[in-house]
Design a protein around this ligand. Structure first.
Ligand SMILES: Nc1ncnc2c1ncn2[C@@H]1O[C@H](COP(=O)(O)OP(=O)(O)OP(=O)(O)O)[C@@H](O)[C@H]1O
Ligand SMILES: [Mg+2]
Length: 245
């Protein structure tokens, strides 16, 4: 197994007046190619902080983050956006689609930034939209779709560049439970097709759809292992007590 994502003693601190907030507190973990991992924790536990670091949107205050073996903390701004384009596909709670563009054009945007030719972009975008079941709506605008369909467009956009890692931050947060399940099923299918998927959520039942759970509390990893082990799911509010028992 080759490590795709590796955190070595990563800390992220924020200065708030006189106090220092440790949003990531000596986090070490490794995610290998082909895994489906959920990063879970209550509000303020450090999920977005870790997601931003994994996604090369931010760098650690100390410690090392290796993505595909490259030390992200040593990259300059241009190299960061390059590695982001090349290695990562993002899915957000808010789909972040551009309202004036067609679905096809929306999916093409990141491919354009990656420097792909127009013809190749078109082809890839069409394939990705077909894969998520929207092949018959290529020229539609996002506003002509349901929430679940819009999230599928954002999945197609994440996939189209064939990224090493698909990074999904609360992807079902804005969806009703049935549509949310469909989106989760799609992430599971992507994993089964060989993709590496990292899912960020505050919801245990969603996290349990992954193979492995990394649970954060106050910026620290308090569980890292099988998603189906009984210790993987600790009910909110009991988490702190369970630690001290
Ligand atoms: N830019 C910032 N400046 C100061 N403190 C911050 C900043 N960003 C995050 N924090 C703090 O770091 C901690 C972790 O925040 P983070 O956003 O990673 O939590 P989260 O698990 O994503 O929460 P949520 O589920 O609410 O999105 C919190 O205490 C938060 O207040
Ligand atoms: Mg967050």
């Amino acid at each position: 197994m080759s490590a795709l994502i590796e955190f070595l003693d990563v800390c992220k601190t924020y200065q708030m007046g006189d106090t220092v907030v440790r949003a990531a507190d000596h986090v070490s973990m490794r995610i290998d190619k082909g895994e489906f991992v959920a990063i879970v924790g209550q509000s303020g536990s450090g999920k977005s902080t870790c997601m931003n670091i994994i996604g090369c949107l931010d760098v650690p205050s100390s410690g090392v983050y290796l993505l595909g073996g490259r030390d992200v903390g040593k990259l300059d701004k241009n190299e960061l956006s390059e590695i982001r384009n090349e290695m990562l596909g993002f899915i957000f709670q808010q789909y972040n689609l551009l309202p004036r563009l067609s679905l096809l054009e929306n999916v093409e945007v990141p491919l354009m930034y990656a420097g792909m030719s127009r013809a190749q972009r078109r082809e890839r975008a069409r394939e990705a939209l077909t894969m998520v079941g929207l092949g018959d709506k290529l020229q539609h605008k996002p506003s002509q779709l349901s929430g679940g369909q819009q999230q599928r467009v954002s999945i197609a956009r994440a996939l189209a560049g064939n990224p090493a890692v698909i990074l999904a931050d609360e992807p079902t947060g804005a969806l009703d439970s049935r549509t949310g399940r469909e989106v989760l099923k799609m992430l599971k299918d992507l994993h089964e097709a060989g993709n590496t998927v990292v899912l960020i959520t505050h919801d245990n039942s969603i996290a349990m759809q992954a193979q492995r759970i990394i649970r954060l509390e106050d910026g620290c990893i308090v569980y890292d292992g099988d998603a189906h082990a009984p210790e993987a799911v600790v009910s909110p509010g009991l988490a702190g007590k369970a630690e001290t028992v």
